[in-house]
Write a protein that binds this ligand. Structure first.
Ligand code: NAD
Length: 433
């Protein structure tokens, strides 16, 4: 594996609440002014070795990791405000935590976005920092953005991460999305119906040898044509959708039900959210993308094929409600109807009320996904990085071969730790089923 020498360029698509919270937090942390709470790469201790030889080490003591002080940031957005103004507008972090890095933030001026208003109808007509041209012209401009940024800041590696708005739902379309040659032909033909803007960013990144992470539920790199390109160019990809609030809880509570053989009759999740993400997700075509990502999580943990009496008939519903007064401080309610001894006549309920802060939960995941993608890049790991599923709501997997995603947070963590051990030259030693 190549050591983490030189600078890592982090290019975020979207300079909204999540990205600014990530950048400000990282800048404060590297000045020793902020706690990187929630960041596994910075805080977790992983056991290596067994018995008397066992030790608990931080990730950078196991493998060569990029230091946050060696990171340079850039972003694309449809709004022209710089990172300082965007951080203030996002109303996530307090000014006392933004102002110490004001000078650095002001230098991050968003690059023009590859934006198609039909993919995010709620933002139509709102921003003017937008690229002109066809899909293939966008790709060329985005590739140039990446090359320029890399050169200007002397970076020797780049990770591109999507933290922009969730795009409208588009169906996987085998005649375009299955093979790289068909996909490239569709870009040339400017097939706006099947080539989402996010795909142009991802394609540009992979062509430039940059790792790509999809933080929203967009289909984007979750198609065989992109796997083919990532493989061909030897770059890692990961996605989809940061696993932060309710879904994180789901992938913790579901294993509890399964291991205790408790049945589930229904799970209703709803939340109120008042930031711009909430506004975008208020549009049914954008919510549909999120709904698909959120609904999938319990099926592979509570398997109806294995336990039909317990999980054969689950009513699962997910709702998101845009409610401006709350801003980024989302409140998520979950109601679980469960049963056990003597069946459904003795049903019980679990209620979860999670008063969270959306971007405070997402920012450490951005840092971890960026650093792990960089690690993968240096280790020569290419294609879908399943070990990073730990951070993601709808982990990528080869559905064309009937492969299933692993959603259970604890199994995901085992896979994650084993990969880190393996990369550090230690024996992977925990089994999972
Ligand atoms: N915060 C969480 O807990 C969480 C969890 C999972 C996923 N996400 C996803 O992360 C994404 C970012 O969330 P956020 O709260 O920062 O949203 P936000 O609305 O604050 O920021 C998104 C930004 O993306 C920009 N944008 C939209 N389309 C673009 C394009 N084509 N190119 C460049 N910029 C574009 C918008 O102008 C906006 O500034 C959303 O898709 C959200 O669903 C967030």
């Amino acid at each position: 594996m190549k050591p983490a020498e030189g600078k890592l360029g982090v290019m975020a698509v979207g300079l909204g609440a999540v990205t600014t919270t990530f950048i400000v937090g990282t800048m404060m942390y590297r000045k020793n002014k902020g706690l990187p709470g929630g960041s596994v790469t910075q805080m977790a201790k992983i056991r290596v070795g067994r018995g008397e030889n066992r030790r608990y080490l931080k990730m950078n003591e196991i493998v060569s990791m990029t230091d946050c002080r060696d990171m340079e940031f850039a972003a694309w957005d449809i709004f022209p405000e710089n990172a300082y103004e965007s951080a203030i507008n996002a109303r996530v972090l307090l000014e006392k935590d933004i102002n110490p890095v004001k000078d650095e933030l002001e230098k991050i001026q968003p690059l023009k976005a590859a934006f198609d208003p039909t993919y995010v109808s709620r933002l139509a007509g709102q921003g003017n920092n937008i690229k002109q041209g066809t899909r293939s012209e966008w790709v060329e401009q985005l590739r140039e953005d990446i090359r320029n940024f890399k050169k200007r800041h002397g970076c020797n590696r780049i990770v591109v991460i999507w933290a922009a708005s969730t795009e409208k739902f588009i169906d996987y379309c085998p005649e375009v999305h299955d093979h790289l040659s068909d996909f490239e032909a569709a870009i040339r033909d400017n097939r706006c119906d099947v080539i989402a803007p996010s795909m142009c960013y991802a394609y540009a990144a992979l062509m430039e040898g940059a790792a790509f992470v999809m933080g929203a539920p967009n289909i984007c790199v979750d198609i065989p044509a992109m796997w083919e390109l990532a493989d061909k160019n030897g770059v890692p990809i990961a996605g989809k959708d940061f696993k932060t609030g309710q879904t994180l809880m789901k992938t913790v509570l579901s294993p509890m039900l399964r291991t205790r053989c408790l049945g589930l009759a229904g799970w209703f999740s709803t939340n109120i959210l008042g930031n711009r993400d909430g506004e975008v997700l208020d549009a049914p075509e954008n919510f549909r993308t999120k709904e698909v990502s959120k609904l999938g999580v319990i099926d592979t943990i509570l398997r109806k094929e294995d336990q039909p009496e317990l999980y054969g008939d689950i009513f699962h519903k997910v709702r998101i409600n845009y409610y401006p007064p709350r801003g980024d401080a989302k409140e998520g309610w979950d109601n679980l109807d469960i049963f056990g001894w003597m069946g459904r006549d003795y049903g019980m309920q679990i209620k979860v009320d999670f008063l969270c802060r959306d971007s405070i939960l997402a920012a450490p995941l951005v840092l971890d996904l960026v650093l792990c993608s960089d690690l993968a890049l240096r280790a020569g790991l290419k294609g879908t990085q399943r070990w990073m599923s730990f951070f993601l709501k709808s982990p990528m997997h080869d559905y064309t071969k009937g492969e299933e995603p692993i959603h259970d947070l604890f199994q995901q963590y085992t896979i994650f730790k084993n990969k880190v051990r393996e990369l550090g030259g230690y024996e992977p030693d925990e089994e999972f089923e």
